[in-house]
Design a protein around this ligand. Sequence first.
Ligand code: SF4
Ligand SMILES: [Zn+2]
Length: 362
Amino acid sequence: MEIRELTKEIRDRSIEYAKPKDLDNLSASWYQEDLLYSGKGKTIFLILPTPGCSWALGPSGGCTMCSYISDCYLKPIETSKIIELFEMELGKWDFAEDYKNGEKIAIKLFASGSFLNPEELPKEARNYILQRLADLDEISEIVVESRPEYVKKEIIDEIFEIIGDKLFEISIGLETSNEETRLNKINKGFNNKSFERAIDTIKQSKESYDIKSKAYIFVKPILLSESEAIEEAIETASYCESIGVDRVSCCPATIHRGTLIERLWRRGSYNPPWIWSTVEVINRIRENVNIPALMDTSGFGSRRGPYNCKKCNKELKHKIIDSNFDQSQIEHDCNCKSEWIAEVKFSNLNRSKTQTKHLPLY
Ligand code: SF4
Ligand SMILES: [Zn+2]
């Protein structure tokens, strides 16, 4: 409970001090190579302007590691403005040319919360966007994100009435299969039953539609040691496969501003995972499960992100990105590995949640 109160307090303060946002600068997009269900292709990543995640704006204060809210408008946005910004971002990329050259194209729509929640993205805006994408032969896969409570059969029916036979993936931030961690360390506010219900709804819809599910796995929540975080992420992927999730994507912690994770990090009681830990996680997940498993490398090698040493940060990041395409095992060596091994081996022994860097353990 204390975690929730702290999160709420920190969230309120960061909203209070947030600078007013210029609506025209709240959308963004980029276009790059990606692993699609149909194989290697290209994806348009498009951030839609929204008032912000309802969970973060509500009495819970939101999740302990997430600051998406600070990039949001915090007030309702006219549907016409959302459409205008969506069109502007879509118009930036020459995917039609790539399609002509045989490339497969997907689009990932980020609402900084739940695409399926009409309070975050009005239904009219959602329908317009989906219709626009339905009309584009070039785009074969549409990916959105949502909390599980918004995954409902009626909404899925509405979506497929518009998009027809395109592939539609709903990504859910499960973060971990450990309920104690999810409720009390991440402050996520839903249990495994709620997630399983959402996955079941998607599974049942497969009879009629080309629908898929993806789970995000958060690597190293607060108040877990390095080795606990590794084991939880690996167990979570197996849990996802066992209940019928179509693929998993691991998101190692980075320190977002105005979050509880940042406060602990500033006080020396938290560090993002080692890059070695992310390698261990993804290699073992790929050994254990038969669904595609991706590792996000955002923030790798930066002060606020996963870190090894100056010598191997970059090289390992590129190896991980490459391995996402062919789902291969990552092999690498560097002098800093012994330091990581000591951390993983001993952080549970001394009950420390901080790095053992300065202890003579290796
Ligand atoms: S992680 Fe998702 S549910 Fe949690 S606060 Fe951020 S956007 Fe909202
Ligand atoms: Zn190194």
